[in-house]
Write a protein that binds this ligand. Structure first.
Ligand SMILES: C[S@@+](CC[C@H](N)C(=O)[O-])C[C@H]1O[C@@H](n2cnc3c(N)ncnc32)[C@H](O)[C@@H]1O
Length: 214
């Protein structure tokens, strides 16, 4: 297990620069990828976001008129940035519950329709990803969905993309003490016995999948 104290310290240090770095390295690619299937969340009463960062996706979700959004984020500085972004853009935060905790300390009190993990599960090796899925699936309604956007490499992926992801891991392991040392196969952690894959979109080094609980 990684130390959440060190991870929190790392992301707190990074919070002020996070959006700029993301833009410099990936342009708008990550922001675009995470928004592709957002319409799937439109009919949800309660959406849980894990590791929402500086709140770019949250902003779009608020505009979709989801009734309740639970925003679980370890870093207080990331939450601060998120709140500033939302206030600046005059979005309504009354439907957002901010929870400054690690995912394992949070157990939803109400049934959840959807769980969003955008560039969150990549911080963990596969055995920890399975723990995250098990821990949260218990609170998910039958037919609820996992909305996942993340890095995805295959044997035939371009060498440049492999190098980009490798460099990114070196950076996040050093800066934020993340648990994973290399990109896990995130999407294979959702077993076909428990989930149906309803959406799958791939481009270069990214993938978005929506897994529906059976
Ligand atoms: C790589 S960033 C992704 C942020 C955002 N989802 C995005 O797409 O830009 C990972 C986020 O997860 C948060 N985080 C790290 N460990 C966490 C944990 N144990 N529980 C909840 N959030 C965590 C970090 O503070 C950071 O904001």
């Amino acid at each position: 297990m990684q130390s959440t104290v060190q991870v929190k310290r790392g992301y707190n240090r990074l919070a002020g620069l996070y959006d700029l770095l993301k833009q410099l390295v990936f342009g708008n690619a990550l922001n675009r990828a995470e928004l592709h299937s957002i319409e799937w969340l439109k009919e949800c009463d309660t959406v849980l976001i894990l590791g929402g960062g500086t709140g770019k996706f949250l902003e779009s979700l608020i505009r979709l008129n989801v009734k309740q959004i639970i925003y679980v984020e370890l870093s207080d500085k990331m939450i601060e940035k998120t709140k500033k972004r939302i206030e600046k853009n005059n979005e309504n935060t009354s439907r957002v519950i901010f929870v400054q905790k690690s995912w394992e300390e949070y157990v939803p009190e109400e049934p959840i329709d959807a769980i969003v993990c955008n560039f969150f599960l990549d911080m963990y090796p596969e055995h920890s990803i399975k723990r995250i899925i098990d821990h949260n699936s218990l609170s998910m309604k039958q037919g609820g969905i996992w909305y996942i956007t993340d890095f995805y490499l295959q044997a035939e992926s371009a060498r440049l993309n492999k190098y980009l992801v490798k460099t990114m891991y070196a950076f996040f392991v050093t800066m934020c003490s993340i648990e994973a040392r290399q990109l896990p196969n995130i999407f294979s952690c959702f077993s076909a016995k428990e989930f149906d894959e309803k959406v799958r979109l791939e481009s270069n080094y990214l993938r978005q999948s929506i897994f529906q609980k059976k």
